[in-house]
Every structure is written in C-alpha cells, then in structure tokens.
Design a binder for this molecule. Structure first.
Ligand SMILES: C[S@@+](CC[C@H](N)C(=O)[O-])C[C@H]1O[C@@H](n2cnc3c(N)ncnc32)[C@H](O)[C@@H]1O
Length: 502
C-alpha cells in the first residue's frame, strides 16, 4: 500500500476551505498545513521500526493532515501492531472532515497487520487537560505532532489562568499548546511542532521558554526563508519554524538548524550542526539563536567571545517614555518658555539628530511642567536606536547620536517609537558614545540582532543582553570614528571589522 494518504486528506481540506471563510477561520486561529509540509514534519520523527504500539497526539488537528502524514510514514513498519491517535479539535464545522480523514485511514489499514484506532476529542485542548498540567505524573503519548492555533488571548482567559506559571503578560495560545503537549508526552517522547518563531526571544515568552527548554532536548529547528506562503494562500505574517525535540532534561551536544524556501522543502538552502550551548544563550534570557547562513555562524562565534553587554558595562537601553496619544495635553507645535524638544524617529538623520523637523503634523515640543516632568529625561548624551523599522528596511539596528551640547535645555523628550541608551551613572565620554554608535551601526550587531529576533521591533531585553566587547575596545572604536569624522555605516563597518580582524 504505497499510495499517499496525505494527498487524499489534502483534497478534503481543499473542499472544506471553499466553504469556510478566512475571517471565520482566523477567529479560531485556523490555517491548514499543506501536504508537503506535513510530510516533511512526519519525516522528522525518529526510528519506530521496532515498536509494536504507538500512541500519538495531534492537538488542534483541523482536518487531521499531520496525524495522517505520520500514518503514511508508519504504515509500512513491519512490527507495528497497534496505532492509536487522539485528535483534539474545538471547531465543530471541521469535525465531519476530520472524521472522514480518520475513517479513510481506518479503511485503508483494514487489511494491514496494524490495528488502527482513533479518538476525536471535541473541545478545548488546554482546558480539558488542566488536571494533567497540574499533576506530577508523566504523559502517555509516544509522539505529538501539531500546528497549533495562533491567537493572542487575554491574561484572564481560562487557558492562561490554568497555565499561569509559564505566562507573563498577554499570552498567545500557541505556546500554551506547546507546553501542554510536552507535558502529555512520555519521557523521551517526540515533539514535532510548526509554530511562530516569536517564542525564541522576548521578555513575554521568557517564563515559557525557560520551562520549555528545561524539559526538551531540541534536535532540529527548521526555518522558512520568507514569512509568507508557508501555509499556501493563508498568509501568515509571523516567521514560522518547525521544531523537533524529545522530552528530556538531558541535552545533546549538537543541534541541527536548517532553512528552506517556502515552496520546496526538499531543498535545504542552509543546514548546519551547532553546539547546543551556542544556540541557546547562556544568560538567564535563554534566547534561541537562529543563524541562516555561514556568515551568521561566524558572527555568533566571534560574539560568543565577547563577555560584556550594555548592563555589565554600566549602560542600559530604555524605551522613549512619551506615548503621544496618552500625552496629548502636553504636546505643542510651537516652542515657548515652558517647552523642551520632543524627538521622534523622523528626527534621525544620517547618524545624528536634526531638529526641528515637521512631519505629518507631529508636535516637536513637549511641556516641561510639574506634571509632564515624569515623561522627560535629563539633557545628557544618549545613543538613540530606532524601536521600529519596516520589513523593507535593510537594517534593524539604526542608531543616532544625541549630543546634549546641541540642545540648550534642562530636559528632553523621547517619543515611544525610539529607544535610548543611557549611561546609568554620570555622562558618557565622547569616545564611549561614538564607540557605541559605531558598534550599533555596524553589520555585525545588526545581523546578530536578526539571529536573536525575527521581528522588526528592536526590544530592550534583546539589546541589553547582546554580547559586547570590553570598554577599552569600545572607546578605541570611538576614537577612530571621531578621527575619521564619517558616521556612515560603511565607515562603522570598516573600523569594527578591522578591530576584530573580520
Ligand atoms: C493552525 S490550525 C491547524 C490545523 C491542522 N492541524 C493543520 O495542520 O492543518 C489549528 C486548529 O486548532 C483548532 N483550535 C483552536 N483552538 C483550539 C483549542 N483551544 N483546542 C483545540 N483545538 C483548537 C482550530 O480550530 C484549528 O483547526
């Protein structure tokens, strides 16, 4: 029996898609895995040739294409006698298709030595398993495969409350699925998920990431080149990864990271084995670093020798405190004795700050009175970093020097779309400021940031823990760039690459 079961389920899925609107599917985080991706995920499962029984979980199963892909792989296993699948699905509209898929498999396996059974559990995968989450006992599944729903939920939702030990701020249901599925696995059971990349960095995922990484041994992470089209016509704008891991507190020495284009999974355009300890950062944030080419790997190796970061060096990156729509009463278009400058992203100008610049009617001044004072900063030297960049922009890290000398005011306002790096005690020397500027404006740090974080936002947690060289080197870089009197990215790259022999 060599025909592909997955292709048949793909047909059922296509028919269902004709009937259910995108809008309705979006509400429940429903988008379906294409057959080629499902096959690829199933191909990552381990060697079960000697198993007589397999107990599989597919949570958020939709039409059941992922479980079907596993059956396709296991249906020729000589020793397999029993194959059972539990499928959780909340959407009653898709249940008839799910049943049809499972009945189709049952029919196809009728004359095989494998006794195939399945159970469709119509309900909420997370809340139905709260008791298991709170129990000490280990799970019952050999393997879990899932494309979980992707949806932000409120912190007070039943799911979030039930799993609050791994929730910080507003959670996304996808990582609650990951945690619950892991909990339900047997020790050394296999975990194969396709999900957004966002949990690999960021403060909001830290509690989950820490718990998850303690309990899994990741063997493979696969990235898709573009954030579009992994899911066919359903454009999922999140960067998506496939993760294969085993439930175990022991870690392998190495982990495989690969990348392919969206459409052709058979061709990895990049594949590398990296030490586990290099991929998972050693600091308390436990970021998962995802290089996508040889140059990224070189950068990771270089920066793994840098022992400092902004915090250790006495600096800190913070976010501009002025949120315009919350501060309307203080914002002014014209200066007066009571106002100080308010800087926005559009004041960035080739590494420096140009002021005033009128753009889209955004006020360039903010009142400096007893009420607004809490939003203002002391007028000292800062390195400004854009907090948001567009997907089309080449660089994530874009820096500009704020020199206190240029602004004859006691206070200054920074709008919330920009970040600033401040020296926690005292003011920065000129060569420190320019040294940090050159580093944050060079390609090495920009690429490192992308290895850590796939989004277009520049977050404080990531930047504050980025490895940096010792202060003496930063100052030396600053002296060199001051001497050159050229703040271009090319010049920053020349100087930094030269110092580090790249
Ligand atoms: C991203 S889709 C993936 C469907 C299918 N596994 C696939 O790969 O094509 C996620 C599925 O989870 C279902 N779902 C959403 N929330 C759920 C919940 N709390 N419990 C169980 N299923 C849920 C949705 O209805 C949807 O069918």
């Amino acid at each position: 029996m060599q025909e592909s079961l997955v292709n048949e389920v793909q047909e059922y899925t296509n028919k269902y898609l004709e009937k259910k609107s995108k809008k309705d599917r979006k509400k429940i985080g429903q988008f379906f895995t294409p057959a080629a991706v499902a096959d690829f995920m199933a191909s990552l499962s381990g060697d079960y040739e000697n198993f007589e029984e397999l107990n599989i979980l597919d949570c958020g199963s939709g039409t059941g294409i992922l479980a079907t892909a596993l059956v396709d792989k296991f249906k020729t296993h000589k020793n397999l006698k029993r194959l059972h699948i539990d499928l959780y699905e909340v959407d009653s509209d898709v249940l008839p298709i799910l049943t049809k898929s499972m009945e189709y498999i049952k029919h196809k396996l009728e004359n095989s030595p494998i006794k195939f059974t399945y159970k469709i559990i119509h309900g909420n995968f997370v809340t139905l398993n709260v008791d298991n989450w709170n129990s000490e006992s280990v799970g019952c599944y050999d393997l879990v495969i899932s494309n979980p729903p992707y949806k932000k939920i409120s912190k007070s939702c039943e799911e979030a409350v039930a799993m609050n030990s791994i929730v910080h701020g507003q959670p996304n249901i996808y990582f609650l699925f990951m945690a619950m599925a892991l909990k339900l696995l047997k020790e050394n059971g296999e975990f194969i998920f396709i999900n957004p990349r966002s949990f690999t960095s960021g403060l909001y995922f830290k509690k989950f990431r820490t718990w998850f990484l303690e309990n899994v041994n990741i063997s493979r992470i696969h990235l898709f080149v573009s954030r579009k089209n992994v899911f066919g016509n359903d454009q999922v704008l999140q960067e998506t990864i496939i993760l294969k891991a085993v439930k175990s507190r022991l870690k392998e020495d190495m982990m495989c990271i690969s990348e392919s284009t969206d459409s052709d999974l058979s061709k990895n355009i990049f594949q590398i084995y990296m030490p586990y300890n290099t991929v998972i950062t050693k600091n308390e944030n436990k970021f998962i670093l995802l290089p996508t080419n040889e140059e990224d790997v070189k950068i990771m190796n270089l920066m793994s020798n840098w022992k400092y970061n902004l915090i250790k060096l006495g600096y800190k990156l913070k976010t501009g405190p002025v949120v315009d729509f919350r501060s309307l009463e203080y914002l002014k278009n014209e200066p007066s004795d009571e106002t100080v400058p308010l800087l926005w992203l559009h004041n960035f100008n080739d590494g420096l700050i140009r002021f005033p610049v009128t753009k889209d009617g955004k006020p360039q001044y903010i009142l400096n009175n007893s009420e607004s004072k809490k939003l203002l900063l002391e007028n000292k030297d800062y390195l400004l970093l854009k907090r948001f960049t567009s997907k089309e922009e080449k660089r994530r890290l874009q820096a500009a020097i704020y020199s206190s000398k240029e602004f004859n005011y006691p206070q200054i306002g920074f709008e919330n779309h920009l970040n600033y790096i401040v020296k926690e005690s005292g003011n920065m020397e000129l060569n420190e400021l320019f040294g940090l500027y050159a580093l944050f404006n060079c390609d090495i740090l920009d690429k490192y940031y992308r290895i850590v974080n796939g989004s277009t936002q520049v977050n404080a947690t990531e930047v504050n823990s980025m490895p940096l060289p010792e202060k003496e080197l930063i100052v030396r870089i600053g002296d060199l760039i001051l001497k050159e009197n050229d703040l271009s990215v090319d010049k920053c790259n020349d100087i930094v690459n030269n110092i580090f022999n790249i």
